[in-house]
Design a protein around this ligand. Structure first.
Ligand SMILES: NC(=O)c1ccc[n+]([C@@H]2O[C@H](COP(=O)([O-])OP(=O)(O)OC[C@H]3O[C@@H](n4cnc5c(N)ncnc54)[C@H](OP(=O)(O)O)[C@@H]3O)[C@@H](O)[C@H]2O)c1
Length: 338
């Protein structure tokens, strides 16, 4: 670490160096309640000053609003940041819960132009397929993504929520720099086949929702009772009702370990992801999402926290005991195809 900045890691073989923690920008525009946009802008600057360089968005976040929100920041810091966005999920105006998946090459060519326009840039550093549509041959979709690299619209490719077999298949068409999947103390499906494949192929893993969408920090215990209407977590099985009660009890060792280090539960959760990745032998760039500078600094502070073997052992059984799925509909996740 130099100049108080966090350490860096390579993003895919031969890729750029990025800070070992990135910033998830999704919550700025949607899903987790109201946002103070001034604080959110400040958080982006705080992140960059702390050495966070991977900024994560997607075309569906806020129906394009998240990419548009990022545009001035991208313009001001284009060469200092690694900008990641995604395509594939389609929504419908008449049903806020509808999610379609589109991996057609023609759609990909259209989606990239729209993202470039909203982001106000002529190149995306890392372009992800957000979800896999098994009706379109993967080689065709990745082939279309590879053409974007040839055309200079995209620098590197990534995949989200794919299985190990899919990652191998895609990598054979064009090198994949990053795998973005949910990975946290509560969500370890990815360790089954995707992480081992990433290690084998030299793909950097980008754990999303590493704070379990905030639940692991202890900031809420029952989404249905404590969060605002429309907050996506009020629809997620593991954060509501009996499941939430059981799951909140699983956090006891997290709080105990945090207290022993004078750290926060969020820091323990983030340190766990880094150390679990080391066990697998993969570099990781978790992308916790926050709209507050104070939390951003707290989260990057986790890169200086090391958990002991005894503490890791206490945390090991948690994921296996979590009640309730990650999503109300798991059909487009990698777990559904494994
Ligand atoms: N590929 C995919 O399918 C996919 C799916 C979901 C998310 N993502 C990406 O991953 C990013 C991160 O995931 P996420 O935002 O879903 O979940 P997360 O990072 O696990 O948690 C974010 C939540 O935790 C709160 N939080 C952050 N730091 C905190 C701290 N130190 N103490 C207490 N609370 C804290 C945030 O609130 P405040 O903002 O109010 O601080 C927010 O509500 C997203 O922004 C998005 O870019 C990708």
């Amino acid at each position: 670490m130099t100049d108080n900045k966090i350490a860096t890691v390579e993003l895919g073989r031969g890729g750029p160096q990025v800070g070992v923690q990135g910033l998830g920008c999704m919550g700025i525009s949607e899903f987790y309640g109201d946002t103070d946009e001034v604080s959110a802008r400040e958080t982006l600057e705080t992140a960059l000053a702390a050495g966070v360089t991977l900024f994560d968005t997607a075309d569906i976040y806020g129906g394009g609003a998240n990419e548009t929100f990022l545009a001035p920041f991208v313009g001001a810091h284009r060469d200092e940041i690694t900008l990641a966005t995604k395509f594939a999920i389609q929504r419908r105006d008449d049903d806020p819960h509808y999610r379609g998946v589109n991996n057609d090459p023609a759609y990909i060519r259209q989606a990239v132009e729209a993202s470039l326009r909203r982001l106000g840039t002529d190149v995306i550093d890392l372009y992800y397929m957000h979800r896999r549509d098994p009706n379109v041959p993967l080689a065709e979709s990745v082939g279309a993504m590879a053409e974007l690299v040839e055309q200079g619209k995209v620098k590197r490719l990534g995949l989200s929520e794919v299985t190990g077999a899919e990652l191998r298949e895609a990598h054979a068409v064009h090198p994949i720099a990053a795998l973005q999947s949910e990975w946290s103390l509560f969500s370890r499906d990815v360790e089954r086949s995707a992480v081992p494949a990433a290690v084998e192929l030299g793909v950097t893993v980008v754990p999303y929702s590493p704070l379990g969408r905030g639940f692991l920090t202890g900031s809420f215990a029952d989404a249905g009772k404590e969060l605002s209407q429309g907050d996506i977590r009020t629809y997620q099985p593991r954060f509501n009702g009996d499941n939430a009660r059981r799951n909140a009890a699983l956090l006891e060792p997290v709080h105990k370990i945090a207290a022993a280090h004078g750290a926060s539960a969020a820091q323990v959760a983030l340190a766990w992801v880094q150390q679990r990745a080391q066990v697998h032998g993969t570099p990781v760039v978790p992308i916790p999402g926050t709209r507050r500078s104070s939390r951003l600094l707290e989260n990057v502070g986790a890169t200086r926290l090391t958990l002991t073997a005894d503490e890791l052992a206490l945390l090991e059984p948690i994921a296996g005991r979590v009640a309730g799925d990650r999503y109300p509909d798991m059909s487009s996740t990698s777990a559904a195809r494994e």
